[in-house]
Design a protein around this ligand. Structure first.
Ligand code: FAD
Length: 381
């Protein structure tokens, strides 16, 4: 059975679903309000320096899912890349995530792993039995001084909220390693696409059954033109914000061009209040196999999104998500539409999770046509 499918959004969510359903024989139309595909993973070469730029923030592909790694590797060549982030705080430069090097440098010591483990256990605030908020949780896990240096101001800059007003659940695991592993991610697969992310998405959309309409916004009124719609735009936008706006953080990227090497590393976080930005990313270090005489950096500032801003991070920071619950209830009443991706389900999703969910949704959709099986609703997670 060939169906007419409408897809809102040409990021990884929309492109993966479009490709899977086009291969199954359906006729797909993808709507994208921007003048380019690839969503927030959009990358292109800087006109002057030719450095590959990630326009919506630095994107490093990492996953523990072998099938997702194999999937992206057949879309384009990935180069080895390990993200090693540095942190500036209290006048020093440290290694992140907090590891044995960070601890020894911070406390001016030469501890072994077991000594450091015992030391940090002693630093931890044992008076806090039931952490009531993020600040309590951090102090209970790593103690006052590491919390002050690496978490307090950074969290305020990133979320615009005091850590004692954020739920403890945000800090689930002890963010400390008792060895010298400074690989920012713990996943076994990590890499950078040789020519950036945009060609990967273009390849997914280059199927004769897929028509891509750039500069085109999908609205609820267009749903009746399709047998089924996959919507990866903002959940509240689909309902024309009738219940109010779901809160987002947006980012301002201030671009600078310099000669040579600006900071010697791809990402340096600014954990204290000495600067208003949260981090500086220097994009030529994401392609260490290339050589460029000049360099492009972005200073990243976080703030509350207004209606005119690009939504970056959903603010799911409170245990009370009453507005979201009401939108989810509205979404569940709709027929022939599935809300997908980071905006459609209002969750922070890494690229690998986005791709995995899009593959699952596509498979379930195909099976639902045959066996009337119900579709997964990631929106409720
Ligand atoms: C600053 C930042 C850094 C990140 N870094 C990493 C990283 O290092 N590694 C990693 O794995 N992940 C990273 N991510 C997450 C990554 O960006 C997401 O996983 C990915 O973008 C999700 O893809 P998506 O298709 O769901 O959403 P998007 O890429 O946002 O695509 C949604 C698309 O829908 C379009 N749209 C909106 N409204 C409509 C409408 N009404 N009709 C039609 N289209 C519409 C939008 O224009 C957009 O192109 C980062 C995210 C941010 C914010």
């Amino acid at each position: 059975m060939t169906l007419k499918i409408g897809i809102a959004g040409a990021g990884f969510s929309g492109a993966v679903i479009a490709n899977e359903l086009a291969k199954a024989g359906h006729k797909i139309t993808v709507y994208e309000p921007r003048n380019h595909v690839a969503g927030n993973c959009y990358s292109s070469r800087d006109v002057d320096s030719k450095i590959m730029l990630h326009h919506f923030g630095p994107h490093i592909f990492h996953t523990d899912k072998a099938h997702v790694w194999n999937y992206v590797c057949q879309l384009g060549q990935f180069m080895p890349f390990t993200n090693r982030v540095k942190a500036r705080t209290q006048g020093q430069i440290y290694s992140l995530p907090i590891n044995l090097h960070t601890i020894n440098q911070f406390f001016n010591a030469q501890m072994s792993p077991i000594e450091a483990k015992n030391f940090i256990a002693n630093q931890a605030d044992s008076r806090i039995k039931e952490p009531k908020n993020f600040e309590d949780q951090a102090k209970k896990m790593i103690g006052e001084s590491l919390y002050q240096a690496f978490f307090k101001d950074y969290t305020i800059k990133q979320w615009g909220r005091s850590p004692d007003s954020l739920p403890a659940s945000i800090l689930k695991r002890l963010p400390v390693r008792f060895n010298y592993d400074d690989n920012y991610f713990s996943h076994p697969f990590q890499g950078m696409p040789l020519e950036g992310y945009t060609p990967l998405i273009e390849k997914l959309l280059a199927h004769p059954n897929i028509q891509v309409k750039l500069n085109s916004t999908f609205s609820a009124a267009m749903k009746s033109n399709y047998d089924h719609v996959f919507f990866s735009g903002p959940l509240d936008a689909y309902f024309d914000y009738q219940l109010g706006r779901l809160p987002y953080r947006t980012l301002d990227f201030v671009k600078e061009t310099h000669q040579g090497d600006y900071q010697g590393n791809a990402v340096i976080n600014y954990c204290d209040n000495s600067q208003a930005y949260t981090r500086i990313s220097e994009h030529k270090h994401f392609t260490p196999w290339e050589e460029h005489a000049s360099t492009v950096i972005f200073k990243e500032y976080s703030r509350e999104a207004t209606p005119d801003d690009t939504p970056y991070y959903p603010v799911r920071l409170s245990d009370d998500n009453a507005l979201l619950e009401r939108y989810i209830a509205l979404a569940k009443q709709q027929e022939n539409i599935t809300f997908v991706g980071r905006l459609g389900t209002y969750r922070y999703l890494d690229m690998d999770v986005t791709i995995d969910e899009a593959l699952t949704v596509s498979k379930c959709f195909q099976e639902s046509i045959i066996s009337k099986q119900t579709m997964p609703a990631f929106i409720e997670q």
